[in-house]
Design a protein around this ligand. Structure first.
Ligand code: ZN
Ligand code: ZN
Length: 456
């Protein structure tokens, strides 16, 4: 496979002033800003200047886009550094140290998460009234236990065998650092309207996820709304995907164990026929569950393992059945464990079997709240102009951002990372996964709009 040319950052760095003399701290014309954030380095025709003259670009004396652009080269360097040094869930020691140092350098005071990795960082403007609702933003910081399959010629390829940022969490992290730096600029200009909390969350890729650690550490106290982005290689850079309601799915796992006295196959009436009992469970539980749950919830129980017995003429004392429950809707996720327990008890009683049901919660679906989705769409329009938002499908993957949305309203947006015009199919969790790094600027601009509001 030939690797596509690197996008944006090289161009940004190679030409100290890609926009001409205006780019030296002065305000940029809107067209230049938009183009720079969505692909100035791609040799692809960009659409004409976004038609957003009705939206004042420079609000309250603070030029958001110029601030984003000023920090973008450093953010891309941070992304590449993280990409070269991936760390698995709850082992993100170097990553946490790097983030802490940069945030402190910016004058912020991040606090450590119990457990040692991850940070919570509040940015509160002077004079902010006590109890003002906090707007929170979350980035996950962990990598995956897979090899980086990019060619050796890619300079920021993972240096750690068997570990790679193949889910784009390095991008999410860089976006959140960018938000911090832009908000520090905004605060200096008196343009930060309310308190903001940044959540650098460890361990999204493992179960239980790090979201629960952060919530236990008080991450949601005082939070009125929470936002996150996740890289989406199906969406072109400069665009985002949004959906009201469930945007990811739930996945739980369960182990059902049956026990009985065992005995001779000649005398099943004197014991508990566990093989028949476990077989009945395997067939009836998915079938009956499918009639107890609303079909629109998309609850799917599928077995992966069944085990019992060792001799042709001996009734065993022990039987096991293991599988997963996937679910599209929160209501189904909430009701499934109780319904299953009830059914297991009924079938076990019929067969006089003792039973233990180990039901392990994975994650609920991420359920985007309607008003938050609307706010994201509006912020995206202010950031880059109209027609930047596309509707997206619900993924069957899991994402522990859902735990936050169980408690406060918010939204997860799919951040387009596919290079403009690129037709290469690269999915998340593939070793060759990579992004158009201009997406970092798009993410920071989006978050900054959400934090700073429509009118400053
Ligand atoms: Zn992932
Ligand atoms: Zn991910």
């Amino acid at each position: 496979m030939t690797y596509p040319p690197l996008p944006g950052p090289c161009a940004v760095r190679a030409t100290s002033n890609p926009f001409g003399p205006a780019f030296s701290g002065d305000r940029l014309p809107r067209a230049a800003v938009s183009r720079s954030l969505v692909g100035v380095s791609h040799t692809v025709d960009l659409p004409p200047e976004p038609a957003v003259p009705s939206v004042p670009f420079d609000r309250g004396g603070f030029d958001r886009a110029a601030s984003v652009l000023a920090h973008l080269p450093e953010l891309i360097e941070i992304r590449r550094d993280l990409h070269m040094h991936p760390e698995l869930g709850r082992q993100e020691v170097r990553t946490t140290a790097l983030l802490k140092a940069r945030l402190e350098q910016a004058g912020l005071e991040p606090r450590a998460v119990p457990g040692g990795t991850g940070l919570i960082c509040d940015i509160v403007p002077e004079g902010s009234p006590a109890g003002a609702p906090i707007t929170a933003f979350r980035a996950d910081i962990d990598a995956l236990p897979i090899d980086d399959a990019k060619p050796a010629s890619v300079p920021y390829r993972s240096t750690v065998p068997g570990q790679a940022h193949a889910c784009g969490h390095d991008v999410h992290t860089s976006v959140l650092v960018g938000l911090a730096l832009v908000l520090v600029d905004a605060m200096a200009a008196g343009a930060l309207p309310g308190p903001v909390r940044l959540l650098f969350q460890p361990a999204e890729e493992v179960m239980p996820g790090g979201a629960l650690d952060l919530i236990a550490a008080g991450a949601l106290e005082g939070v009125g709304r929470i936002y996150a982005v996740h890289c989406d290689p199906k969406v072109e850079v400069g665009r985002i995907g949004l959906k009201v309601g469930a945007i990811t799915s739930a996945c739980d796992r369960l182990l059902l164990t049956l026990n009985g006295p065992g005995g001779h196959t000649a005398r099943p009436h004197l014991t508990t026929d566990l093989v028949t009992a476990i077989a009945k469970m395997a067939v009836d539980l998915p079938a009956v569950l499918g009639r107890r749950m609303d079909p629109r919830w998309g609850v799917s129980l599928v077995w992966g393992r069944i085990a019992s017995g060792s001799a042709v003429n001996a009734i065993p004392q022990h039987a096991e059945l293991e599988g997963t429950v996937r679910c599209l809707e929160l209501a189904g996720w909430r009701e499934t464990p109780g319904a299953l327990e009830e059914l297991v008890a009924q079938i076990a009683e019929t067969h006089r079997a003792k039973w233990v049901l180990d039901y392990h919660r994975g994650v609920p679906p991420v359920v985007n709240e309607g008003e938050s989705v609307q706010l994201v769409a509006e912020a995206m329009e202010r950031n880059l102009g109209p027609d930047r938002v596309e509707s997206t499908e619900q993924s069957l993957g899991g994402e522990d951002f859902s735990w936050y949305l169980e408690q406060v309203p918010g939204a997860l947006a799919r951040l387009g990372v596919r290079p403009v015009g690129d037709t290469t199919s690269r999915d998340l969790h593939q070793g060759a996964f990579d992004v158009a790094e201009d997406a970092i600027g798009v993410g920071v601009g989006l978050f900054a709009e959400l934090a700073l509001g429509g009118t400053a």
